[in-house]
Design a protein. Structure first.
Ligand code: PLP
Length: 400
């Protein structure tokens, strides 16, 4: 008797989470591994948010919350979207999930029929294609290039749209490439979408605040208000407030879609953790200075990463205007021999070599649908970051 269903043959376990698991394993075995793999900020949650969580837990209530989120948090999200994006939503157009990952899962489960296509520009966040597959849809990857700054061009989008297209997934600032779409690029994409009214738009804005040097707007949905009736804006507090483990994300979209997503969630997790929701209200409506502090700390790490990476042989980086990743082309390293005589054939081999040979965890581009690349998350403190770059420089210089 087969225990596991064949559905699972079609999806992959999250490769970023498996790099994290291997990093943790090596650390438990006593190895000093610097983690540039997982996109988890090594920063504390802002104090005012922690205090709100403490107050909430001290009330002692273990009661459940409404499936799509507490009234207070849904309303806080409405206020946030009005304040920052100049977009008007009603409370019923908001859903809170256990992380924005669940919000995306809800959306795909609620909308996809077999044969429906979801256009996903690559490189992409690891989970999009697998969520689409799990929900019975077909992920249609559109590859972008280093030369295009890893951004979907209007012409390529036009070609990819068919009568079966249900969604276009956009993510700017982007994980893993760091790309940020300019206003003009968004306008061109909007013009294509205007010609195809059957296509829904999922705008994943989880890195909204992490834009450097004014590269472009943090919110794509705010630039396309004419598409609001068919856009699902996705965001959360995982990145802006370093709260990834507290699992609060949200979606804002048409009432009918949000109600359907809530129906899915009602049979999966119900309402998100009460304490985390109360903390999220404070995160969104409390002093916003804490967001600027998180972003400021990361901007410094980005500067260090960009300064140091030029010394690492065999890697070439795109500008990385946003999020907290460098996406480095490692094609010059493919075919080289390690000191042990092994040939590096793929970006996965390069990442393995860096983990075992240099004690630095990075994620191979294959995880994001684009090889041969390495995603380097510059999330740790400056000293560790410099040390990681030094280790990579030594390990890659030793290749023949
Ligand atoms: N979207 C993107 C592009 C991400 O990089 C991540 C996490 O790394 C998520 C969504 C999910 O975030 P969460 O579920 O913590 O809100």
């Amino acid at each position: 008797m087969a225990i596991v269903s064949s559905r699972l043959d079609r999806i992959n376990a999250s490769q970023t989470l498996s790099v994290a698991a291997r990093t943790a394993e090596l650390r438990r075995a006593g190895h000093d591994v610097i983690n540039l793999g997982l996109g988890e900020l090594e920063l504390p949650i802002p104090m005012h948010v922690r205090e709100a969580a403490a107050r909430s837990s001290m009330q002692g209530s273990g009661a459940s919350t409404p499936v799509p989120g507490t009234a207070a948090l849904r309303h806080a999200i409405v206020e946030k979207l009005q304040r920052d994006q100049d977009l008007d939503y009603a409370d019923e157009e908001i859903i809170v999930g256990t992380g924005s990952k669940q919000v995306i899962f809800n959306a795909m489960m609620a909308t996809l029929e077999p044969g429906n296509e979801v256009i996903i520009p690559a490189p992409y966040w690891v989970s999009y294609p697998d969520i689409v597959t799990m929900a019975g849809g077909k992920a249609v990857t559109v590859h972008t290039t280093f030369q295009q700054g890893f951004k979907l061009e209007a012409g390529a989008l036009e070609k990819a749209i068919t009568k079966n297209t249900k969604w276009l997934v956009l993510n700017s600032p982007n994980n893993p490439s760091g790309a940020v779409y300019t206003r003009e690029e968004i306008r061109q994409i909007g013009a294509v979408l205007a010609r195809h009214p059957h296509v829904l738009v999922l705008s994943d804005e989880i890195y909204e605040h992490f834009v450097y040097d004014d590269a472009g707007p943090g919110s794509l949905a705010a630039q396309l208000p004419e598409l609001k009736a068919r856009t699902l804006l996705v965001n959360g507090v995982s990145k802006s407030h370093a709260m990834i483990g507290w699992r609060v994300g949200y979606g804002a979209g048409p009432r009918e879609l949000v109600a359907a997503m809530s129906k899915v969630q009602s049979q999966v997790t119900s309402g998100t953790c009460t304490v985390a929701q109360e903390a999220a209200v404070e995160a969104l409506l409390g002093p916003q200075q804490s967001v600027a502090e998180v972003v400021g700390a990361i901007a410094t790490r980005r500067r260090v990463a960009l300064e140091e990476i030029v010394r690492v042989p065999g890697l070439r980086c795109a500008p990385a205007d946003g999020a907290f990743y460098l996406f480095a082309d490692c094609s010059d390293l493919i075919g080289k021999l390690t000191p042990d005589g092994a040939t590096l054939r793929t970006d996965g081999d390069v990442a393995d070599y860096l983990l075992s040979g240099a004690g630095v965890a990075v994620v191979p581009g294959a995880a994001f649908g684009t090889s041969p690349y390495l995603r380097i998350a510059y999330v740790c403190d400056e000293a560790r970051l410099r040390s990681a770059m030094g280790r990579m420089e030594r390990a890659l210089s030793a290749l023949r």
